[in-house]
Design a protein around this ligand. Structure first.
Ligand SMILES: Cc1cc2nc3c(=O)[nH]c(=O)nc-3n(C[C@H](O)[C@H](O)[C@H](O)COP(=O)(O)OP(=O)(O)OC[C@H]3O[C@@H](n4cnc5c(N)ncnc54)[C@H](O)[C@@H]3O)c2cc1C
Ligand SMILES: *[C@@H]1O[C@H](CO)[C@@H](O)[C@H](O)[C@H]1NC(C)=O
Ligand SMILES: *[C@@H]1O[C@H](CO)[C@@H](O)[C@H](O)[C@H]1NC(C)=O
Ligand SMILES: *[C@@H]1O[C@H](CO)[C@@H](O)[C@H](O)[C@H]1NC(C)=O
Ligand SMILES: *[C@@H]1O[C@H](CO)[C@@H](O)[C@H](O)[C@H]1NC(C)=O
Ligand SMILES: *[C@@H]1O[C@H](CO)[C@@H](O)[C@H](O)[C@H]1NC(C)=O
Length: 637
């Protein structure tokens, strides 16, 4: 979730005001003999040889850097394209959420053919901490079947059971006040919640009264309350936990929980902000280092890694680095006259996101307060801000423009026509979203994924979509397990140029049918008595008069946002014969000492937003790397 409605309103204005407040966005702090985790400058990074160099200091990158530097004999350099945040309210305070300052600049899709050829702004982070610094803090896991199916697509050893200990290790859950939890309908299962890990998470201590109307309407539409969305296969309605430190009621991002938390004791942990890795340097086919340059432009430097180079630049930038380094589809590399290190057709293919469909509502008898009240009632905003500042309570503990509960549905809960949708999906002869000249291995991998995802549609073990009423002006519908596939490709060999991004959203007709089913389910929910009593009515371009599948689909194509900032899967972990880019140990095929740690490695989307999974898989990978190189707790005595 990224609060798109705010983007439109506040981009411009806020950007300017924050820049005025904090003119020094780049912390350059060269220290010759560092005693602490150090922000280094470009020259000192280039003059040292590290054990590991990590490209990208987002969730995966900083989780790895923290865990690997637990071994004092290991040194790690993290290079991130963005600056360090300055602890701005818009980053730290949930109710002030407004992170646009750190959005990657000028990143638009190419024309989306399923969306009337619109070119759409697509949000990713350019800041230390990556998505965890600017995201909406929703902190939820996928369903066990999602991770088990990653195993089934050719990754022995991957499963929910294997990942669960790392979910627990990554996090520290703070329980809500018991009597508040009871009246608010917050429930959880202690046995699947971690304690003692670095990521702080909890629930807001406040809710808008309309949330109860929605909760009760959802139950009358057949959606049950689930005990714990993070623990099992149940689907229905629940409060979503968020990555907020309960003691301060501020964001717990990877910059804080995997860097600030340890920096005083880690002279071996270096960060170089505001620099972009442009390519991996190979000796033969062994990765030995990276080239990088200032994000603002400038001289290229080199940093060396004795053991491994780890890519953690996110789903749109890691494939770009691979392609610039000579690892990618042969035709693309030849077109740009890049010497081929490995012809790997899957690099940049298989792009997926969880599209966002905002359905506006008016509510003639809406309750006060609601998630719009902070923005449109200055008295209320001031009162709530004072409450937050003095007692860490109230509406500012909720992420701005969101409410506190959500529905996650499987296909059977969504529509009685689920069997027809599944048969249609299975009968499809052409892979609608892939081009006719798609590489045979990529096609085979897509077919394998499609079969597994349709199995999930049938078993009901996956959440195919979500519905979120913000209690003010709208419902957001998310499509969690799409069948359409897009791609990321470089447009030139200039490392500072954004790649071409195309999601090919809803080019697979089954995605349109599933979205239509979710839309109709939302209508059923919103017309149940508990919501009808608020006088809710769909706003244009939707409206009760739009009823047929084809009318709905044409409005969808006008308004869908192809991204929910959950981009993934562009360096997929699958066998090479299935168009995979990395092995089940996240090692890039065809070369040595190069891994992909970020969300690019996912084969396909899980039934959730990605953050919790990225922290857990970062922990799992750190453990595997320590084991392989006999570091830290795995050192030979
Ligand atoms: C606005 C927004 C809202 C979101 N809301 C939620 C939410 O509520 N809940 C949820 O679970 N998920 C949410 N997400 C998604 C989630 O944050 C991401 O999926 C997650 O951060 C991915 O982790 P990662 O480690 O793969 O990469 P990232 O965290 O994206 O980190 C990648 C890092 O690499 C850096 N980088 C990029 N290119 C280079 C380069 N060439 N050289 C060096 N560094 C580079 C970037 O600056 C960035 O810091 C949201 C994302 C955004 C952007
Ligand atoms: C770092 O390693 C590279 C490649 O092995 C070598 O050429 C260089 O001299 C080393 N630099 C330092 C400062 O040790
Ligand atoms: C989108 O662009 C394609 C290719 O240019 C074209 O064939 C198609 O008609 C366009 N669709 C719309 C709705 O404009
Ligand atoms: C976990 O959260 C509790 C309650 O907020 C806190 O007291 C404790 O210090 C936290 N533990 C860690 C390791 O952060
Ligand atoms: C909690 O659930 C009960 C029973 O379903 C319902 O009566 C009540 O309105 C709900 N309250 C909220 C805040 O969801
Ligand atoms: C605005 O907020 C104040 C303080 O909570 C409240 O008393 C007032 O009724 C609100 N006004 C409107 C129009 O909702």
């Amino acid at each position: 979730m990224y609060g798109k409605e705010q983007l439109g309103k506040s981009f411009g204005g806020l950007l300017v005001s924050l820049l005025v407040v904090c003119p020094s966005l780049i912390e350059a702090n060269p220290v010759r003999v560092p005693r602490h985790a150090t922000v280094v400058d470009s020259l000192s990074a280039a003059a040292s040889n590290y054990t590991f160099v990590i490209a990208g200091g987002g969730i995966a990158g900083l989780t790895l850097a923290d865990r690997l530097t637990e071994d004092p004999d290991v040194s790690v350099l993290v290079i991130d394209a963005g600056p360090l945040d300055q602890g701005e309210d818009g980053i730290m305070v949930p109710g002030s959420f407004s992170p646009w300052l750190y959005f990657w600049p000028n990143l638009f899709t190419t024309n989306e053919v399923g969306l009337n050829n619109r070119s759409v702004f697509t949000p990713i982070a350019q800041v230390v901490g990556g998505g965890s610094t600017i995201n909406a803090m929703v902190f939820v896991r996928g369903k066990p079947d999602d991770y088990n199916k990653w195993g089934d697509v050719g990754n022995p050893g991957w499963s929910w059971k294997k990942l669960l200990p790392f979910f627990l290790k990554s996090e520290n859950f703070t329980r809500p006040d018991p009597s508040f939890a009871k009246t608010a309908n917050i429930s959880w299962d202690d046995s699947v919640r971690g304690n003692g890990g670095p990521v702080q998470y909890t629930y807001p201590n406040y809710y808008y009264p309309g949330s109860a109307n929605w909760w009760n309407a959802a139950q009358s539409a057949g959606l049950p309350a689930v005990k714990d969305p993070n623990g099992g296969d149940d689907l229905g309605i629940y409060w979503f936990p968020h990555a907020v430190d309960a003691s301060t009621r501020t964001r717990s991002h990877s910059r804080r929980n995997h860097y600030d938390r340890v920096k005083d004791s880690r002279p071996n942990y270096h960060i170089l902000p505001s620099n972009m890795v442009s390519k991996v340097i190979f000796r033969g086919t062994t990765a030995v280092g990276v080239e990088y340059l200032p994000t603002a432009g400038g001289k290229t430097s080199t940093a060396y890694a004795a053991k491994e180079v780890i890519l953690a630049a996110g789903a749109l930038n890691s494939p770009k680095i691979l392609q610039l380094s000579g690892i990618g589809p042969k035709n693309l590399l030849q077109k740009h006259m890049i010497p081929i290190v490995v012809d790997l057709p899957g690099v940049g293919a298989n792009l997926q996101d969880q599209l966002t469909l905002k359905v506006g509502y008016t509510a003639s008898r809406n309750l006060f307060p609601n998630s719009g009240s902070i923005a449109n009632n200055a008295t209320y905003a001031a009162e709530q801000r004072a409450l937050y500042d003095s007692k860490k309570e109230g509406a500012y503990t909720i992420v701005s423009t969101l409410s506190t509960n959500i529905a996650m549905l499987n296909l059977k809960q969504t529509t009685s026509s689920y069997k027809q949708i599944i048969s249609k999906g299975r009968a499809a002869v052409a892979p609608y979203s892939l081009s006719s000249d798609v590489d045979a291995t990529v096609l085979a991998g897509y077919a394998a994924q499609r079969r597994l995802i349709l199995e999930q549609y049938e078993s009901g073990k996956a959440g195919i979509g979500s519905l979120h009423w913000n209690t003010a002006d709208g419902v957001t519908i998310y499509l969690n397990k799409p069948l359409s596939r897009g791609a990321v490709t470089i447009n030139s060999i200039n490392p500072l140029e954004n790649p071409l991004v195309n999601y090919r959203t809803v080019t697979d007709p089954v995605d349109v049918e599933v979205l239509t089913a979710l839309f109709r389910k939302n209508r059923e929910l919103m017309s149940a008595p508990d919501m009808a009593s608020l006088g809710v009515a769909e706003a244009a371009p939707f409206g009760e008069q739009i009823t047929s599948d084809s009318e709905l689909a044409s409005v969808f194509r006008e308004v869908i946002d192809p991204s929910n900032a959950h981009q993934c899967c562009t360096a997929a972990m699958m066998p090479r014969a299935l168009g995979g880019v990395v092995s089940s140990e996240q090692k890039v095929y065809g070369v040595k000492d190069l891994r992909v740690a970020d969300i690019s490695y996912w084969p396909f989307q899980v039934s959730a937003a990605p953050t919790a999974t990225m922290y857990a898989s970062g922990e799992q990978l750190a453990d595997a790397i320590k084991k392989e190189h006999k570091l830290a707790e795995y050192k030979r005595q």
